[in-house]
Ligand binder design. Sequence first.
Ligand code: DX5
Ligand code: ZN
Length: 214
Amino acid sequence: MLLAPSILSLDYAKFNEQLAILNEKVEMIHFDVMDGHFVPNISFGPDIFKAFRKNSDLFMDVHLMVTDPEKFADVFIKAGADNITFHYEVFEDLDKCRELIHKIKDNYVKVGLSIKPGTDVETIKPLLDELDIILVMSVEPGFGGQKFMESAYDKLRELKDYRDAHGLNYKIEVDGGVKKFNARQIVEAGCDILVAGSFVFEGDMRANIDSITF
Ligand code: DX5
Ligand code: ZN
């Protein structure tokens, strides 16, 4: 299991200190890019991302919550992303998703597809053999600090079973409401990568990371 702290909850007044802890204790960082259209919130663009890239060799997992993922995939790949995840719901069209998956892969970075709580795993099954990461949203995207939606558990089991049955290699990632008390159950249901924002950055970061890593 990997922990990917979401820097949406990072305290920018303590950028150096908090990034140093991440560099020391985790392998991956999760970047929530929001455009105020696909989700009702704005986060940050490539310049902030570059400040992280300049100061870290960690795997940079970019989660695009934007209505124009083609454009921003390109921008964040140029800025040094290691993975680009976009949302199925932007297109609601398998061919369009496939086209962007291929474009991202042509740049030798990893590619992920995310589904919101209202989208079934069944809908994206034809794409699963092309993906490195499937990101299951366990909250409505847009804000940190929301409550984990239990409906995610069935999706995790379904994705794990499908991967086993078809000999595929994608990683299953969960995003939203991940805390110490539910982390183990989420991993047992099939999750490989836990994204956690508010839980990691509130209070003693080192202790928080240790308590959720197993
Ligand atoms: C929500 C974001 C999440 C968020 C998770 O739209 O995609 O990554 O930062 O935050 P917590 O862990 O606080 O739910
Ligand atoms: Zn995210």
